[in-house]
Design a protein around this ligand. Structure first.
Ligand code: HEM
Length: 151
């Protein structure tokens, strides 16, 4: 499964405004992840003792982590036309998350959250066609991540 040139353009064009505000987008992504999946919070050590979404949103370590995630996704988006480079990066991410005890179910939950972030932050660029391209792109990314995560 790979994306067509047209689908890659849709993904890149809708990602650009999200990444342009990467700190704000990264925070929004994680707040959404925890609001939709409250049980995930305990997996993040930097949120030990932090209670409630308003406090989570203001945690500096969460903003730092959000930017790292945004930078990583940005690199994947930039590699969509280069399958070997993309698979290498996705495999590395899956492998690095084994020690963090992240599960395939965690990545299943990330898909809708990522699409929600695009819906909120990409403005008019997140057209129905862009949404379809992202859904396909995320499935592709997740399949390689989960494969690595499962060893
Ligand atoms: C788009 C998908 C994701 C990306 C791009 C991503 C990226 C990253 C990056 C770059 C780091 C910093 C350390 C490293 O390089 O390994 C990290 C750490 C971490 N990630 Fe992810 N991640 C993703 C999904 C998830 C999911 C779904 C979970 C669990 C719900 C998760 C949990 C964690 C945890 C617990 C850490 C350690 C945080 C800390 O204590 O600093 N990640 N992630």
């Amino acid at each position: 499964m790979s994306l067509s040139a047209g689908e890659i353009k849709l993904v890149k064009d809708s990602w650009a405004p999200v990444y342009a505000n990467k700190k704000e987008s990264g925070i929004a992504l994680f707040v959404r992840l925890f609001s939709e999946n409250p049980g995930f919070q305990s997996q993040f050590r930097y949120l030990d003792g932090v209670s409630g979404l308003a406090a989570i949103e203001k945690t500096p370590a969460l903003a730092d982590h959000g930017v790292k995630v945004m930078d990583t996704v940005n690199s994947w988006v930039g590699s969509l036309g280069d399958a070997p480079a993309l698979v290498k990066q996705l495999t590395a991410l899956g492998t690095s998350h084994i020690a963090l005890k992240v599960t395939p179910a965690n990545f299943d939950a990330m898909g809708p959250v990522l699409l929600w972030t695009l819906q909120e932050k990409a403005g008019g660029a997140f057209t129905p066609a862009a949404k379809d391209a992202w859904a396909k792109g995320w499935d592709l990314m997740k399949s390689h991540i989960v494969k690595a995560l499962q060893g």
